[in-house]
Structures are given as structure tokens and as C-alpha cells.
Design a protein around this ligand. Sequence first.
Ligand SMILES: [Zn+2]
Ligand SMILES: [Zn+2]
Length: 231
Amino acid sequence: MLELSNSKILLDCGSGSTWKLAGLGINYLMIDHIFLSHLHPDHTGDLVPFLFATKYAYGSPYGSYREKPLYLWGGEGFINFFNTLRVAYKDWIVPEALNVDELEESTKEFNDFTLTSVRTPHIESSMAYRIEAEGKSIVYSGDTDYSESFIELSTDTDVLLIECALASDESKLEGHLTPSKVIEIVNISKAKKVVVTHLYPRCDQERVVETIGANVGVEVIEAQDLLEIEI
Ligand SMILES: [Zn+2]
Ligand SMILES: [Zn+2]
């Protein structure tokens, strides 16, 4: 969750996101935008609970139902994905003032931030996002393999939230990064701070985050549930 001067943004909505927001004392009814990197279940699993809770918030500790618009964004095919969910869940997942739209590779201006999106080599609809506000920036890789356009998106960013699903080059699978690829991306892009996420269990045994940290000249930390970072 990104908290800007006005907007609150969710980057993906994986399992448990709504509950975790409540645990942080953040009113989920105040989220303005959800940008989905792609439509795999680990990135969209809480979308239905989020929307259902948004529609039926009566009597919640927050005291009201949602008053401002909610914007859901995804890459190509997202509208069809949402309409398919709606076949199953009907209007129970359609709160008032819901807007569902798709993003192409572009730069888009919002009231207090700028969003740049590029496609990533993962699945057809996958996107990475750069959000800039008040002279600061964060880049979120979503799921990705090595890509020149992703490096360009990450140039000089203040925070690079990057996936590293795979523990080593020996276990390389198409569509995900290994430590050596992350190191290359960080060093070329000159990202200023790195947060490594989407680590498969094997990465813990192989000390992936330490390896990345030892090979780049900037701070590298491991993403954790409820970790807070000021940019
Ligand atoms: Zn994925
Ligand atoms: Zn994933």
C-alpha cells in the first residue's frame, strides 16, 4: 500500500491484503486505486473479499460505507477477467462508484502522482509500474524476467520493489528473476534502495537477499508483511 499526500494505492491484492490493512489501522474504504501487475492468483486473490467488504461495510468500525470512487486497473484482458468474476459473484462484488479499466504501456497523470507502466516478460497481461509523487519514485516489478524496458523504468528510482522468485541460475525458470539478474538490474538502473519480494521458499536456504546485498552498492532489504518504508 502506498500512501501519498492524497491518494492511497494498492499494488496488487494478494491473499489477506484487506485483513492486513485493517491490522495496520488503515481504512480499506479509503483506497483510491488498485493497480494489478497481472492476474495470477497470488496477486489477485483478495480482490473479491476486498470488493465484497467494500460493498457491505455497513456498521463497520470505520462507521460508513465507501463514499469515494474506487479505480481498479490491470493490463490487457483485465476487463474480461473482472467480468468473469462477476459471472460467478454477480453484483456482490460491484460496490458503488467502481471503475474498472485496462492500462497499456504509457505514462498517465493522476491528481497527486504519475504512473508509468511497461509490460514484463512473465505472462501476457503482466505489467510493472513506476509511481512518482512529490519528486520521489517507487518501481514495482510485479512478476518479471530480465527486461531492458524494466531496467529503463527503474532508472534512478528511490525504491525498487523487485521480485526474486528463484534461488539461483541453476534453478532458473522462464518468467522470473534469479539473484544474478536482480543484481544486474539494480546495478544498471542505479536504483537507490532495493526491497526484494516474491521469494520462493528455497531462497531462504540460499541466502538470496544477502547475495544481492553483497553485490550492489545500495541498501537491500527483504520484504516482510507489515514492513513500512518512508520514501
Ligand atoms: Zn505471476
Ligand atoms: Zn507471483
